[in-house]
Every structure is written in C-alpha cells, then in structure tokens.
Ligand binder design. Structure first.
Ligand SMILES: *Cc1c(COP(=O)(O)O)cnc(C)c1O
Length: 370
C-alpha cells in the first residue's frame, strides 16, 4: 500500500530528510548485517579522501587504514582486501602449500560458504572438526594433526571462526582460542582466525578485540558487515606474512589503485562503529525475548550477538514458507536449513522495527497454530 513518508523513512541513509514523497516503506531487512548502507560520515569521507596508487604504496588513506588496523588488532602489519572471502583465501594461500591439510570447524564459513575456494585456489584438503556451538575442543584438533608419514598430508593450518556464523553468531571464548593456540604452537602449526564478526565477539564479551587476536597468528575482519563500510576486509599478522599476502592479493587481482575512496569509509567503520555493535546485540536479544514465548517457535542459538536463529518446524511449515510469509508482511529473512530461519540485526534497524517484527511473527504463528 502506498502512503506518504519522508524520504528518510524510506531510505534512512538519505542526507536530506524533510521532503515528503509518495512511496512504499522500505522492508525491514534482517537478511544480514552486510546490507547496511554507508553512513553520511562514510560517504563524506569517501568524497574527501586523499588518494594515490595503492599498488605503488602511495595511497595515504589506505596506508592509514592498514596502520590503524594493525594497531587495533595488535599485529605487526595489516592488509586491506576486497572481501572477507578474499582475506580468508589469501590467508590459506599464504600459510599453506598445495597438498597440505587444514583443520577447521565442520560448519565454518571457509568450509561451507566459500565455493570450495581452498581446494580450487590453494590446493589444500580440508579436515573438519565438529564443534559445539562453533567451539572446537583442543583435544579433537590435536588428535587430527598429522604425524610425519609418507602417506599423510602435512597439517598446514588451523582455522577458528569467531563469532561463528552458522552457530548463530556464537562467541568462541578467548580461553578456548588460547588453548588451541598454545597447542598449535607446540606443533608449529599456524592459527588463522576468520573474525568476520570478531568485533561482535569483543562487544559481547565486553573486552578489547586484542583479548582474542593475541591467540592467533593471523586474523581476518570484515568492515562491511555490522561495521557498515560499503566494501572491505582486513587481514593482519606478522610483517613477513603480510608481505607474502600482498603478493597473493596481487595474483588474485586484488591490487587496487585509488583505493582510498573505499578505505576512507572503511576507516570510519573501523574507528567509529565498533562501539555501537552492542546496540545490535540488544536488539537481537529484545527480539528473541519477544519470540521465545510463542508456541511452535524455538530459538535454537544462544543469541550472543546480532543473530537470532528460529526453528519453525513446530508451526508445521518449512523455512522457505516462513520466509515467504515474512516477506509478504514486509520483513526479509534468510533460511538457514530446512526448518531454520536466520534474523540478523544491524545499524539500519532499530528497536521499533524489532517490535514490528515481533508482532508480524505473532500474526504468522497465530494463523498457523493448530
Ligand atoms: C561474511 C563472512 C565471511 C565472508 O565475507 P565476505 O565479505 O562476504 O566475503 C567470512 N567468514 C564469516 C564467518 C562470515 O560471516
């Protein structure tokens, strides 16, 4: 139905908000925190960015971003990359040789969602470790490390994902990372953290991100998820590692030119947006509180951060049907399994949206229960 709204009610990111226009109100989009649009400050930063050719190392904005990132993450050096996937892949390529085996959690993003890239690009094979809420037992990992034998591949890398996406944004405790890292060091096997949402883990645990990053060799963080940058991720680690990683980035076609245009908003994301992630977590918890009282709905994750995962099988429908019904009522979500639905909070939704989503889901439940 068409109504009159201010332009900013339709698109929250418009700078000028006073003009009344006819239109349809924006959907409440809880598909992912990747859908966040750059803030006004980010757009201005992009406009005003000092730039140069980054392949020559001459872009002052990207140099500043990489310097800041290494400082914040407590690593010697950092590299700006186009995406989380590219960052993870560069890490695997840099740490490993073809024929290596990497150890990673059975539902981890690198294994589950990166189009088989570790096989296609790095030529490594994967050995998955089943975790509990994304948390792998150090003894399970240790048992999977290969001994020297001509039949065996060499274990080239251990990957930890924090927060764990398919575990519903679960925080991997830093104590678990510490144990894994100490064990890995005894075997001289590097540890990479897929920390696409590691700032969410830090916000949830109420500590500095360094509390986590001290327990790994290298880390990848996404600036374009909850932090709201339009593009980009960081990988950080030892200087020697980043030097090699830079070369892999070039090989993959990720050497960019006047990249300050996107590094400037990424810098805003890194330095100004991490503090507010707690708000997203409060909104997710608020929504979970509303939803947990409905018969037929089960919240299957611990809602540590900005993700709520619902099991809708008690409503005698599958996830596709539930997502379709939500969409018809103005809410976007994604399926997360045959009966699982994922709702993700972020900067572009607020408490009022959560109330609205709560009552829309109540309507769906009421219509379906028998
Ligand atoms: C989103 C995500 C990535 C990949 O990020 P892209 O920028 O979409 O490539 C990697 N790991 C985890 C855990 C993620 O959630």
């Amino acid at each position: 139905m068409e109504e009159y709204f201010t332009e900013c009610e339709i698109n929250r990111n418009l700078v000028h908000c006073n003009k009344k226009v006819k239109g349809t109100r924006e959907m409440i989009d809880l598909r992912s925190d990747t859908i966040t649009k750059p803030t006004e400050e980010m757009r201005k930063a992009a406009y005003e960015a000092q730039v140069g050719d980054d392949v020559y190392g001459e872009d002052p904005t990207v140099n500043l971003l990489e310097e800041k990132a290494s400082e914040i993450l407590g690593k010697e050096s950092a590299l700006f990359v186009t995406s989380g996937t590219q960052g993870n892949q560069i890490a695997v390529l840099t740490h490993c040789r073809p024929g290596n085996e990497i150890l990673l959690e059975a539902e981890s993003h690198i294994f589950y969602y990166e189009s088989g890239a570790v096989a296609a690009l790095a030529g490594v094979q994967t050995r998955t470790i089943k975790g509990v809420n994304g948390v792998m037992s150090p003894s399970h990992i240790e048992a999977a490390i290969r001994v020297e034998d001509q039949h065996f591949p060499e274990t080239g890398l251990i990957c930890i994902e924090n927060t764990h996406n398919r575990a519903g944004g679960a925080v991997i405790p830093s104590s678990n990372m510490k144990e894994i890292y100490a064990m890995a060091q005894r075997y001289s096997i590097p540890v990479h953290v897929d920390g696409a949402r590691l700032f969410n883990a830090a916000a949830s645990a109420g500590c500095s991100i360094k509390e986590f990053t001290q327990h790994c060799d290298t880390v990848q963080i996404c600036l374009s998820k909850g932090l709201g940058a339009p593009v980009g991720s960081i990988i950080a680690g030892p200087e020697e590692f980043i030097k090699k990683a830079r070369k892999w980035r070039k090989r993959l076609g990720g050497g960019l030119r006047q990249v300050g245009i996107i590094a400037a908003p990424a810098l805003v994301a890194l330095t100004k947006m991490t503090e507010r992630l707690a708000e997203d977590h409060e909104n997710a918890n608020f929504l979970a509180e509303i939803l947990k009282n409905h018969d037929g709905l089960e919240i299957v994750n611990s809602v540590d951060t900005n993700i709520v995962v619902l099991n809708v099988s008690g409503l005698c429908m599958n996830a596709d049907e539930f997502v379709e019904r939500l969409k018809a009522k103005g809410v976007l979500a994604v399926t997360f399994g045959t009966t699982l639905v994922r709702l993700t909070t972020h900067y572009d939704v607020n408490r009022k949206d959560m109330e609205k989503v709560g009552s829309i889901i109540a309507e769906i439940v009421k219509g379906k229960r028998h």
